[in-house]
Design a protein around this ligand. Structure first.
Ligand SMILES: C[S@@+](CC[C@H](N)C(=O)[O-])C[C@H]1O[C@@H](n2cnc3c(N)ncnc32)[C@H](O)[C@@H]1O
Length: 252
């Protein structure tokens, strides 16, 4: 019997089904182009922006409309914030930047650990900073400062930061190269970057692929900004805790 589908129609059906299964999307508005640092593809994950850095597709920014998700009680068990804070080895006088601070889930846990220092909570969404400011007033915290950054620049004071913490945020930076170059400039020589990302090596961690990173990818991207990997601590159930350093002998 003759097939009701022509070979061309059949190929089209298979291709469309394939895109769905692979969670791929076709965004006609994104130009298929490349720059020295980034490349763009019209065929990309529906969780991503069609822009790739060192082979990794950048995830969509989590909207401020979902901010309650950042305050969900289950984070205490899933992300064990107290253990993360303890791993940072803060002495009390440091300037700490919380990059992609959201509602301040980590900023407010950092603040009591640096009573003679301060926390710079950096965000690109003013609505997140509004929520953070509200919680700061409610809790009477005086050593948290908010900074409205841009997608390319966290507006940190030059060579002033002891430690930059990025939890579940870096993978959605639209300009990761420019951001990390700016972070590098903001760090003191010997200053640290602590990058916390869900383990992409593990397919069983129930988080969207673009919201996870492999250690290999993270190290490659931090190295591109001049940051030297020191160690990775694997005490959290689902996330890597990766420590990088701006070399002591570096230029500011
Ligand atoms: C998934 S949330 C995580 C928030 C917080 N770190 C936490 O764990 O609760 C990621 C945040 O990064 C912010 N973000 C994305 N790109 C940014 C950039 N270039 N500079 C600063 N913040 C950024 C987003 O607005 C969003 O609030």
């Amino acid at each position: 019997m003759k097939s009701v589908f022509s070979p061309l129609a059949l190929s089209l059906v298979i291709a469309i089904a394939g895109l769905g299964l692979l969670n791929l999307d076709y965004a006609a508005s994104v130009p298929a182009a490349a720059t020295a640092d980034y490349h763009y593809s019209t065929l990309h994950s529906r969780d991503g922006i069609g822009k790739f850095y060192l082979g990794r597709e950048i995830a969509k920014v989590m909207s401020h409309r979902e901010m309650l998700w950042l305050e969900r009680p289950s984070r205490e068990i899933q992300e064990q914030p107290d253990r993360l804070m303890a791993s940072l080895g803060l002495q009390g006088t440091e300037i700490v930047a919380d990059l992609g601070a959201g509602t301040g889930y980590f900023s407010f846990r950092l603040a009591p650990l640096v009573p003679q220092g301060k926390v710079l909570a950096v965000e690109i969404q003013p609505e997140m900073l509004d929520a953070l400011e509200f919680l700061k007033q409610e809790n009477g915290l005086t050593n948290v400062e908010t900074i409205l950054g841009t997608a390319e620049n966290p507006h940190l004071p030059e060579a002033s930061v002891d430690l930059a913490l990025l939890v579940d945020a870096y993978h959605e930076f639209e300009y990761p190269k420019e951001m990390m170059q700016a972070v590098y400039r903001g760090l003191k020589p010997g200053g640290k970057v602590v990058l916390v990302e869900y383990r992409r090596e593990n397919p069983l961690i129930p988080i969207k692929a673009l919201h996870k990173m492999t250690q290999r990818q993270a190290k490659q991207e931090m190295a591109a900004a001049g940051l030297v990997w020191q160690e990775t601590q694997e005490f959290l159930p689902q996330q890597h805790v990766m420590f990088f350093e701006k070399p002591l002998e570096s230029r500011v």
